[in-house]
Design a protein around this ligand. Structure first.
Ligand SMILES: C[S@@+](CC[C@H](N)C(=O)[O-])C[C@H]1O[C@@H](n2cnc3c(N)ncnc32)[C@H](O)[C@@H]1O
Length: 229
């Protein structure tokens, strides 16, 4: 099975427990991480890529018009339901592949992806797509898990992340694979400096990054440059 198909099926399978597990496994820190990342965006027209159940889109909708996009119908349905329940009029949900966005060049003031870029088959392609659809001078923001640097914290955290988290995830979601995939995909993700280079080669400049919660996650923010490479 191709990575894309595997990821789509995996998220479809855990969609009903996705929010609960997010908040539980991060001890509620995920809300702060998303708020921090969204605060790096300008206001205006925003694209949320790999939107999942829409928490980033909802946060961004407080000051912007947002398109929430994802390629997993089950996640998108939950996103639409949440938006309806909260009576939010400024978000539109659209089925879209992060590696082949269906929007024209320079449509958005900003684009964001939270915990999604790690899952795409071709990271550079997805970053280039985000850069392509953002206006020159607009912002591209990425929130993703990362590997903490402090040795003592790292050993405690890895015990939780690689041993305990998969057990809780499997027990609650009733799916074994997804919460084994999470730590292994984080371990395989590029180092911060390598990721910054990927952003640069995808058309972004003035890139800054912020380590949050001992470096468990990192927020990257870049400005759309003159031309995509
Ligand atoms: C870990 S969830 C993140 C959801 C949300 N952004 C959040 O902050 O919780 C990853 C999401 O990325 C989506 N996804 C993965 N690869 C994708 C792709 N190539 N195109 C569009 N969506 C994708 C999955 O369907 C899933 O909903």
């Amino acid at each position: 099975m191709q990575k894309k198909e595997y990821i789509q099926k995996m998220f479809a399978g855990i969609s009903h427990r996705y929010d609960l597990l997010n908040h539980l496994l991060s001890l509620g820190r995920d809300r702060y991480w998303r708020r921090f990342a969204v605060a790096k965006l300008p206001s205006g027209q925003i694209l949320d890529v790999c939107s999942g159940t829409g928490d980033v889109a909802i946060e961004a909708s407080k000051k912007s018009q947002v398109i929430a996009s994802d390629f997993c119908d089950e996640m998108l349905k939950l996103c639409a339901l949440k938006i309806k329940k909260q009576n939010i009029g400024s978000i539109y949900c659209v089925r879209n592949d992060a590696e082949a966005l269906s929007f024209k060049e320079e449509t958005f003031d900003g684009a964001i992806v939270a915990f999604g870029i790690r899952n795409v088959a071709d990271i550079k392609k997805a970053l280039s797509e985000m850069s392509r659809v953002v206006k020159k001078g607009g912002k591209v923001v990425i929130l993703e898990f990362s590997r903490p640097e402090n040795k003592v914290f790292k050993s405690v955290y890895y015990f939780y992340f690689q041993r305990i988290l998969p057990l809780i995830g499997a027990f609650i979601s009733k799916k074994k694979g997804a919460y084994n995939y999470l730590p292994s995909s984080v371990m395989a993700f590029p180092e911060r400096n390598e990721f910054v280079e990927l952003m640069k080669s995808s058309g972004m400049k003035d890139i800054e990054y912020y380590n949050l919660t001992f470096g468990i996650v990192t927020v990257y923010a870049g400005v759309k440059g003159i031309a995509n490479n």
